[in-house]
Design a protein around this ligand. Sequence first.
Ligand code: NAD
Length: 253
Amino acid sequence: MNIDGYGRVAIVTGAAQGLGLSIAQRMLEDGKRVALLDVNEEKLNELRLSPFFQQMNEAMYVFMKVDVSDTVAIKDAVRTIMNRWNRIDILINNAGIRRETSIEDITLEEWNLLMNVNLGGTFFFSQAVLEVMKVQLWGRIVNISSFGGQFGPLTSGAHYCASKAGQLVLTKVFARHLADYGITVNTVAPAAIRTPEMDNVDPGKLKHMIASIPVGRVGEAEEVAQLVSYLISDSTNFVTGATFDINGGLLMR
Ligand SMILES: NC(=O)c1ccc[n+]([C@@H]2O[C@H](COP(=O)([O-])OP(=O)(O)OC[C@H]3O[C@@H](n4cnc5c(N)ncnc54)[C@H](O)[C@@H]3O)[C@@H](O)[C@H]2O)c1
């Protein structure tokens, strides 16, 4: 509790399940106020009734149906959160979709979908919170990219990998642009973390991938939330423009 007697205000996109949900829950446990955004309204409604949120003070969180590929919806969400809490300290650009479509079969429609959600969502949400964070002279933006954006495909398609690679350079562009304002921008690049999305990975490819992880197991969403928790803390003013790998040693660089 350090801002006007309340926790900092965070936005997590794609927070209805998987990494986004773990990150949001960890923040709430740490006393932050959290807006959980997702395009999947049904999942958000289920969460509202879950034991975790039932025992949490309702003043500390809000669920919002937002599609991060819709720039009008992003601006509306930022306005609503400002009306509610009057500040935005932290943005986690986590919403993402993954496809394993082969190069030969990727359509323009599927290409645009992945670019608009994974890369466009990161750009336009960061753009939308800039002015608020600049006035506050404090902010933390964390982009959840992927091993696929660093190394290329193990299980994912070319469009997914390209969108995730785009996030890496956006991190650097925003980090440089915002460094004078006490705003840090970093990337977390996970691989092989157990989330519902893992059920969609081709079992053969998954087995092969796990066999090549030096740590010998998949990662847990809470381990990613722990890393994000460090990056958004007050003690990381000097950490910006960086990419943090969390992949059990799958990629060492
Ligand atoms: N799990 C992993 O091993 C892994 C590895 C590398 C990168 N990542 C990245 O981490 C992030 C989260 O992955 P996950 O495994 O938790 O995935 P997930 O599919 O379990 O969760 C993603 C969430 O994003 C939401 N979402 C999708 N499109 C959206 C949109 N247009 N607007 C708002 N929300 C939207 C989904 O409804 C879902 O709740 C993604 O960006 C993914 O690329 C995950």
